[in-house]
Write a protein that binds this ligand. Structure first.
Ligand code: CUA
Length: 165
């Protein structure tokens, strides 16, 4: 079969580009630990959160450095159950260095987002869905929990802070 010289070049170029895309996907997965969003951990009735674990949000010590943080997203704050607030009235949570924190989050109203600064956690917070994700805090410091989904007039102010001590 005869293949024109220019056609061969294009086959090689296309194969190289596809190979580069595939390699970048593999690198994102294997080197940076990125994963596709998983299914919601649970479903809840967003109109009856008072009958679920979200009735009493908060940080629970599960032992051996493991914590569970149950929190609710609402216009426009994260309710983490913490009584400590920053100057703007946003929640502050404190965990010891090396803590392994599993987040359980849902929305009380509209779709929000949840990401933790400088850590690999990014959850879309959808009413009725319970998002779950785990991070280990190895470096002491202050990390913002940010809403990354536009959710109305107060979206840009919506955050909480995790302090790793
Ligand atoms: Cu909540 Cu943006």
């Amino acid at each position: 079969m005869h293949i024109d010289r220019l056609e061969k070049y294009w086959i090689v170029i296309v194969a190289a580009v596809l190979g580069a895309f595939f390699a970048s996907l593999l690198a994102a997965m294997l080197v940076f630990g990125l994963r596709l969003p998983s299914l919601p951990a649970e479903f809840v009735n967003p109109l009856a959160l008072s009958e679920t674990r979200f009735a009493s949000p908060g940080l629970r010590d599960m032992g051996d450095g493991n914590y569970e943080l149950t929190l609710t997203s609402l216009m426009w704050r994260f309710n983490t159950g913490s009584s400590e607030r920053d100057a703007d009235g946003n929640d502050i949570i404190r965990v010891p260095r090396g803590s392994r924190v599993t987040f359980f989050v849902t929305s009380a109203d509209v779709t929000h987002g949840l990401m933790v600064e400088r850590h690999n956690l990014n959850i879309q917070v959808i009413p009725g869905h319970v998002g779950r994700g785990t991070i280990v805090f190895n470096e002491p410091g202050e990390y913002k929990i940010l809403c990354h989904e536009y959710c109305g007039a107060g979206h840009h102010r919506m955050h909480a802070t995790i302090i790793v001590e």
